[in-house]
Design a protein around this ligand. Structure first.
Ligand code: HEM
Length: 443
């Protein structure tokens, strides 16, 4: 769902140089493919960029429908494999250069989520280029894939390591509508929607513009490489939907109670309607209403009686709620372009069918890497910031034995034996260059 529907002001960002995906919302329904490539020869890598450049549209007209598009990003190893000069490589931030696997401790990616258990090629130095194709129909998707394959079929010096198709109606494999609470990027021309918060400075999402501190964030040099680029965090999860369904059945007697518990875990009903506005019963019309779906805060619910303090969306964006450990929430915002893969499992299915299904979490932003590292360590895998001690995010954390989830109320309910409902299968940090940077890198 594209919640931002109209351009109200003239954009001040250089939209025709920024990749479309930065501002263009995922279509609904959506179809697509993620491909990961290795550059085995620098000349082949540069030729790859030359050939793909015409398929990567800009963010100009991001609010108008488009049947399909392609996004392209490079890992640090990818920039090395292209033969980018040493001084330029050194101008990238340390966590990007280290890569996601090396940052596992900070990300709390331990135990089953540790890099040693990841799928190939994640966590290996072979991951160089990530290409994503988004489309709004199966036909448009197949056409875009065919155009991409035509460009690459005879290309030497580049190897396809993996590809994964994705697609959904706008509801993820757990049955929740997702991907619609996004920051308003100042200067993009997006209208400000009720409750969406004030527009966030463009420099938080695109390199080369003032950030929330007033200064542009450090960008890799030269200017043609850094300006209008951004960072991407990609994390592939396998979702344990049957375990999630069993958890709801074990802790609620009726379907209505189960749906309320499902809403308490996320902070929204599966329809997308927020508990803050629909605390007692689902209101699917709210989930369809792009002007109302984000029209709420938490200031009037300090104890979490409507939206639990520990629910996924209240953790990931505390909005105007009071925090025990202070943080500026406007520098913690990310643009999400996550995609679902595999068939959803109905809420009535309690047995694991061993099918592959889950979510590719994709975060974009000038601070995306720092922010996901912060979110993972402080707001996902700890409860201290909101007075919940050891309690963790009920949806995406790695739960310890004996973990629980608190539903505030009189009396509060502590729901025992919450499990890890998503296991990390791998991930990587990427740099998403501007259109002029793609050309610069291909020379
Ligand atoms: C399998 C993994 C995940 C699932 C199933 C999931 C599911 C959801 C759902 C259903 C929503 C509410 C609708 C929406 O605005 O999209 C949401 C929101 C959100 N999620 Fe996740 N999520 C996952 C992983 C993550 C991760 C890894 C992060 C960050 C580290 C994250 C950050 C957020 C943020 C920032 C929001 C928006 C909160 C708001 O603005 O109110 N999610 N997620």
């Amino acid at each position: 769902m594209n919640v931002f529907r109209r351009l109200t002001r003239r954009p001040s960002l250089e939209l025709d140089d920024i990749q479309a995906t930065v501002l263009r919302a995922r279509p609904e329904p959506y179809f697509g493919t993620h491909a990961i490539l290795e550059i085995t020869d620098p000349g082949g890598g540069r030729e790859l960029l030359r050939r793909l450049a015409p398929l990567v549209p800009s963010a100009a007209h991001w609010d108008e429908p488009r049947a399909s598009w392609l996004a392209l990003a490079l890992s640090y190893h990818g920039l090395e494999a292209l033969g980018v000069p040493e001084g330029t490589l050194a101008s990238f931030p340390a966590n990007f250069r280290a890569g996601m696997a090396a940052r596992a401790e900070r990300l709390r990616d331990t135990g089953p989520n540790a890099p040693a258990n990841w799928e190939f090629p994640f966590g290996t130095p072979h991951v160089h280029v990530a290409v994503t194709i988004f489309a709004d129909s199966e036909t448009a998707w197949r056409n875009e894939v065919a155009a991409y394959e035509r460009q690459l079929h005879d290309l030497a010096g580049v190897r396809l390591l993996s590809h994964q198709d994705f697609g959904a109606t706008g509801f993820n494999v757990f049955g929740y509508r997702d991907g619609f609470s996004q920051p308003v990027v100042e200067g993009s021309g997006a209208e400000r929607l009720p409750g969406g918060g004030r527009p966030v400075k463009a420099g938080e999402f695109v390199l080369g513009y003032p950030s929330e501190t007033g200064q542009a964030l450090p960008a890799p040099g030269p200017d043609v490489l850094g300006r209008n680029g951004t960072y991407v965090v990609f994390r592939k999860y396998h979702s344990h939907v049957a375990a999630f369904n069993r958890f709801l059945h074990d802790n609620a007697r009726t379907e209505a109670e189960r749906e309320l518990l499902a809403a308490k875990l996320v902070g929204r009903w599966r329809s997308g309607a927020p508990l803050a506005l629909a605390p007692e019963a689902d209101n699917p019309a709210l989930g369809e209403d792009s002007r109302q779906i984000n029209n709420f805060g938490y200031r009037d619910d300090p104890r979490g009686l409507r939206t639990p303090l520990g629910s996924h969306i209240r953790r990931m964006n505390p909005r105007d709620g009071k925090l025990e450990v202070l943080s500026d929430v406007n520098i913690r915002r990310i643009i999400r372009r996550s995609t679902s893969y595999g068939q959803p499992l109905p809420a009535t299915d309690l047995r694991d069918d061993r099918e592959s299904r889950g979510l590719d979490f994709i975060a974009l932003g000038a601070r995306a890497i720092d922010n996901v590292e912060f979110l993972q360590s402080e707001w996902v895998n700890s409860g201290n910031f909101t007075g919940l001690g050891k309690e963790k995010d009920p949806l995406i954390s790695l739960q310890d034995k004996g973990a629980y989830f608190t539903v505030p109320g009189s009396p509060p309910r502590r729901i025992q034996n919450i499990q890890s409902f998503n296991t990390l299968l791998g991930g990587e940090y990427f740099f998403m260059p501007s259109l002029s940077a793609i050309n610069w890198l291909s020379r």
